[in-house]
Design a binder for this molecule. Structure first.
Ligand SMILES: Cc1cc2nc3c(=O)[nH]c(=O)nc-3n(C[C@H](O)[C@H](O)[C@H](O)COP(=O)(O)OP(=O)(O)OC[C@H]3O[C@@H](n4cnc5c(N)ncnc54)[C@H](O)[C@@H]3O)c2cc1C
Length: 424
């Protein structure tokens, strides 16, 4: 399922050479079926169930939100500050264009849920200015041609831009570009307000949120997860959901399988506010990506071989000079824009670039939702909502709906087999 480097464009996780037309076509019906499934009202379906969530990033928080709305009694534990890991240090991209075909239906459904949540009052700044992937040479244009075909089969709306159209639509882009392909329904949001707004709703709904409280272990009795142990002692629960992001591997022993998530640094720098860029979409190309915040700053990010595994979140000169150089080549109109700050976060990588989502094999009532490979901000709405279905399928004898298993069936947390790691 992994992508060969030579077939990649910046932010194109789909390999257009190995993805089949059948897979792409299936993504369209998966999205339609999932959308129909998501119309069902979940209110009350989890009434009386006690759920502990481990991890207060967007995955844990959004999962808590949907479970609380379904009537569960949620208690969330965060080892540090809420939303302060990758969930508060990301680019805010909420998009489907560029995602591997196996993730497109989920990503589209997640955008729709972000939109619903925002219309319902969540302060996310979610909007859909699109995502333009820019080619700089014939090889990249050829990849865009193939990608366009696959995403069309997957039902994802795109628009092709000639080099001149790209100059007109993307202010400051290089006139030497080789054209662009734009996912016209792609969105973005603002992580800082979104996280705060979710926390506010959770508190108002009576969920218990414990920050600066690390979960030390999962408690098991009779083959069933019964709660967690922390500095506060034992917290009893009917279900425990591990949303520990890049720290997930530490729970491998409890889960009875290798929760193989690797931490890796990823960096971003931010320009001063720039006038005249109001309609700037999410853009990518030349090994960098960028988006405009609602305040008018341009965030520029991208990875490179200098980033090593680990939890180091200091900014590096090597990365920032790379981002500046490559962004200036792609958007000469932005060259020299003053940089006012930079930050880094820890992304959570799996070997096949798909998440770990499903039951742990070691005991009933222990669930995993983590390893989102740098896509977790966009995907968190869908994954939070689908966790309601997942847990009901384990506890109420309600089978996991076909529309759900079609999109998460490949994400079993035990697919990396061998046991590894220790309790955190
Ligand atoms: C620079 C950068 C740019 C990105 N850009 C995008 C983007 O544009 N779009 C997108 O979709 N995604 C993006 N991402 C990825 C996205 O931020 C992550 O996929 C997402 O935040 C993962 O959320 P999470 O809740 O799983 O993990 P995290 O945010 O890492 O949260 C996990 C939490 O679990 C807590 N925890 C761990 N162990 C324990 C324990 N034992 N007890 C209690 N708590 C524990 C940690 O303290 C942490 O707060 C980006 C990431 C980075 C770093």
């Amino acid at each position: 399922m992994s992508v060969a480097l030579e077939n990649r464009l910046t932010m194109l996780s789909m390999d257009p050479l190995t993805t089949t037309e059948e897979e792409s076509t299936l993504a369209a019906s998966d999205y339609a079926n999932l959308t129909a499934h998501l119309q069902a009202d979940t209110a009350g379906t989890m009434a009386g169930q006690r759920v502990v969530i481990v991890g207060g990033g967007v995955i844990g928080l959004m999962t808590a939100l949907y479970l609380t709305r379904a009537g569960a009694r949620v208690e969330l534990f965060e080892a540090e500050s809420l939303g302060a890991a990758a969930s508060g240090r990301n680019a805010g991209g909420i998009y489907a264009f560029g995602r591997a075909i196996g993730e497109v239906a989920l990503a589209r459904a997640s955008m729709d849920l972000w939109e619903d949540l925002t219309l319902g009052g969540l302060d996310s700044h979610f909007h859909r200015p699109g995502h333009a992937m820019i080619a700089l040479n014939d090889h990249e244009r050829g990849l865009l041609d193939m990608a366009e075909r696959h995403y069309a089969l997957a039902g994802l709306p795109t628009r092709r831009l000639t080099p001149d159209e790209a100059v007109a639509v993307l202010p400051g882009v290089s006139p030497d570009n080789a054209g662009a392909l734009m996912g016209t329904t792609d969105g973005q949001g603002y992580p800082f307000t979104a996280v705060s707004s979710i926390i506010a709703e959770l508190r108002a709904a009576g969920a218990i949120i414990r920050d600066h409280c690390r979960v030390q272990s999962v408690i098991e009795r009779g083959g069933q997860a019964r709660g967690v142990r922390s500095a506060l002692g034992v917290t009893e629960a009917d279900h425990v959901i591990l949303c520990a992001g890049p720290w997930l591997a530490g729970f491998s022993e409890s889960a009875g399988c290798n929760l193989a998530v690797r931490p890796r640094r990823s960096q971003i720098m931010v320009t001063e506010r720039i006038a005249g860029m109001e309609n700037f979409p999410f853009v990518s190309g030349n090994r960098v990506y960028a988006r405009r915040t609602h305040a008018g700053n341009i965030m520029i990010g991208g990875g490179g071989p200098w980033e090593q595994d680990g939890y180091n979140v200091t900014s590096s000169y090597e990365a920032l000079s790379f981002l500046g150089k490559h962004m200036s080549e792609l958007f000469p109109g932005l060259a020299g824009a003053p940089i006012i700050r930079a930050f880094a976060g820890t992304v959570e990588l799996t070997a096949d670039h798909f998440p770990l989502f499903g039951p742990a094999p070691s005991m009933e009532g222990l669930w995993i939702s983590a390893g989102y490979n740098g896509h977790g901000f966009g995907l968190c709405a869908a994954m939070g909502r689908l966790t309601v279905d997942l847990i009901r399928s384990g506890s109420d004898g309600v089978p996991l709906p076909a529309a759900v298993s079609a999109v998460v069936g490949e994400f079993g947390p035990d697919r990396f087999n061998a046991r590894q790691g220790k309790q955190p």
